[in-house]
Every structure is written in structure tokens, then in C-alpha cells.
Design a protein around this ligand. Structure first.
Ligand code: HEC
Length: 238
């Protein structure tokens, strides 16, 4: 076995193993940075494999390969774009496919660079690797934190997120006189089962801008957080 074959074999096995991580680990959520670093490692392995399969063949440059060397990194960038996260999150196998694509694209980038002009493959491989590492540190392709949550979690966000215990105190001090200590009603209407009439956002909006005779207690004396908390408390009344 030549050194070239050995390098190719090791990088291919390591790359494919690393690609299947989402299935092996049950696709649990990992933070964005280690995840992108994982992609960077994949690209490095792919690029090494790409350089290993290249065998010098005369010194004639071949222009079409330049296109391949330029377009493959672009495709890799697209595959890493935040708008694809939700799609890839749907199944661990899609994720693995995504990883294998990185591996293949990096391999092609390095190989095509070499085929264009010998030595260029090393440069394109380094460039791709640089790009992948830089991406891991939040330049260009890292999405805002909210995009990272799988859809299941964002659906939960409509559930009360305020501090209910604090909301209870606010309620006792500011609302109970009209709505009753436990929301059973008084001068103001009962607020039991309010969740059936208004959702959290609507309750918050109402408290911020109520219709008379209910007084507006926001922004004074209640802060936005007080309102969010008391709204969460009202939503919890049964
Ligand atoms: C001065 C008495 C008064 C106080 C104090 C008061 N409310 Fe009200 N509230 C009312 C009245 C009266 C209504 C009914 C207004 C209407 O429907 O036009 C109302 C309506 C509401 C509603 C809408 C009920 C519905 O679904 O139609 C919510 C929610 C509510 N109040 C929450 C609160 C909260 C939370 C506080 C404390 C931060 C508070 N209220 C303080 C008198 C009061």
C-alpha cells in the first residue's frame, strides 16, 4: 500500500464516520460552534482525500477544473446556510447526507484545484478550510440563536414564559382589588380560564392597553417584565 492510498483510506473512513455522527448520537442538539467545527473537520478530511487521489499528470493546465474548484466551495456554503437548518433537522439521515456532501465537495475542491494547476488544490483546500473555521466563529453563515431551535421548541414558546410566581405577587398588589384575590371576579370580570379567551400575547397586549374602566398600569407602575409575568399568571388561572 502506498502512502497515498493509506492517507486516502484513513481520511475516507474518518470522514464517513464523522458524517454519521447525527445518527450515532441520535441527532441530539449540539451547539452551533462545535457543530460548525465538526463541518470544518469534515472538509479538512475531504480535502486531504482530494489531494491524495490526485496523481500528477504532465503539466498541462485544464481550465474546466477551475470551475469545479470555484463552484464546489460555493455549494458547500449554500449547504451550510441557516435557512436549510430546519430542513436538515427533520431527519438525522438528511443531516448525514448533508455531511457527506461536505466531504465530497471538499474532496472535489482540492482535487479540481490540483487538476487545474498543480499546487492550486492545496490553496483551494486551505481556503475552504479557512472559510469553514471562520463560519464556526459566527462570520457569515451563523444564524441568530432563534433559528437554531427545532420547530418543536418554537411551538412551545407560545406557552407562558413569564415568571408566574412573580406575576402572582403583581396580581395581588395591582389587580386583585377588581378581579378578586384568585381571579374569581369582583368589580372586574372573572379571569379564571382566561386562557380560553385570550392567549398570552393577547393578555399582555390587553394589560398594556386595556379598555376603560380597567386602568392602564403600564408603563407605570408596571414594567414590561411585570406585565409579562402577571399575564403568565393570569394564563395559569383555572
Ligand atoms: C380598577 C379595576 C381594575 C383593575 C385594577 C384591573 N382591572 Fe382588569 N379589568 C377591569 C374591568 C372592568 C375589565 C373589563 C373591561 C372590558 O371588558 O371592557 C377588565 C378586563 C381585564 C381583562 C380582559 C378580560 C377579557 O378576557 O375580556 C384582563 C386580562 C384583565 N382585566 C387583567 C388585569 C390585570 C392582569 C390587572 C392587573 C395588572 C388588572 N386587570 C387590573 C378592571 C380592572
Amino acid at each position: 500500500m502506498t502512502l497515498r492510498q493509506f492517507v486516502l483510506g484513513v481520511s475516507a473512513i474518518a470522514g464517513i464516520t464523522l458524517s454519521t455522527l447525527p445518527v450515532i448520537t441520535g441527532d441530539r442538539d449540539i451547539a452551533i460552534q462545535p457543530h460548525h467545527l465538526d463541518h470544518a473537520a469534515l472538509m479538512l478530511l475531504g480535502a486531504i482525500a482530494g489531494l491524495a487521489i490526485y496523481t500528477p499528470r504532465g503539466d498541462r493546465e485544464s481550465a474546466p477544473w477551475l470551475w469545479v474548484a470555484v463552484l464546489c466551495p460555493l455549494l458547500a456554503m449554500l449547504l451550510m446556510s441557516p435557512s436549510l437548518y430546519a430542513v436538515v433537522d427533520r431527519s438525522p439521515w438528511l443531516h448525514v447526507f448533508d455531511h457527506l456532501a461536505f466531504l465530497a465537495l471538499a474532496m472535489l475542491t482540492a482535487y479540481a484545484g490540483q487538476r487545474y494547476v498543480r499546487g492550486v488544490g492545496v490553496a483551494t483546500a486551505l481556503l475552504l478550510e479557512f472559510m469553514a473555521i471562520v463560519a464556526a466563529f459566527g462570520y457569515g453563515v451563523a444564524p441568530p440563536a432563534t433559528n437554531l431551535r427545532p420547530p418543536a421548541v418554537s411551538a412551545q414558546q407560545t406557552a407562558p414564559s413569564g415568571d408566574v410566581a412573580h406575576g402572582k405577587t403583581i396580581f395581588a398588589q395591582n389587580c386583585a382589588a377588581c378581579h378578586g384575590a384568585s381571579g374569581q371576579g369582583g368589580m372586574g370580570p372573572p379571569l379564571k380560564n382566561e386562557a380560553a379567551r385570550k392567549n398570552l400575547a393577547e393578555t399582555e397586549a390587553w394589560i398594556k392597553k386595556p379598555a376603560p374602566p380597567m386602568p392602564a398600569l403600564y408603563p407605570n407602575p408596571l414594567s414590561a417584565k411585570d406585565v409579562a409575568d402577571v399575564a403568565a399568571f393570569v394564563q395559569s388561572l383555572k
